[in-house]
Design a protein around this ligand. Structure first.
Ligand code: CU
Length: 97
């Protein structure tokens, strides 16, 4: 019984947990932005997500570039924020640094 407990604890410790908060940047495709006013709405929605430190919306490319703290938020929360604002978005192919 005891050894099973020890084993499971060591397994837990071996998991690569993301313990350190990291600033990440993601590019979202926002194809439904159809006029120059749309980016304002999208930017506002993304900026309101806790943990987001920077948002750049490029209307010409239908893109939103978001810098965020991954301990506070994640891509799913960001895409949900744009969706709630009326603009469904998807993560663009993982950006290399
Ligand atoms: Cu518009």
């Amino acid at each position: 019984m005891n050894s099973i407990k020890k084993l499971s604890i060591s397994l837990l410790l071996a998991l690569p947990l993301p313990v350190l908060a990291e600033t990440k940047t993601v590019t979202l495709d926002v194809p439904s932005m159809t006029c120059p006013v749309c980016p304002i709405t999208v930017k506002k929605a993304l900026s309101a997500v806790p943990g987001v430190s920077r948002t750049d919306v490029i209307f010409a490319k239908r893109e939103a570039i978001v810098t965020y703290d991954d301990a506070k938020t994640n891509v799913a929360a960001l895409t949900k924020a744009t969706l709630d604002a009326g603009y469904p978005s998807t993560e663009k192919g993982q950006e290399k640094k």
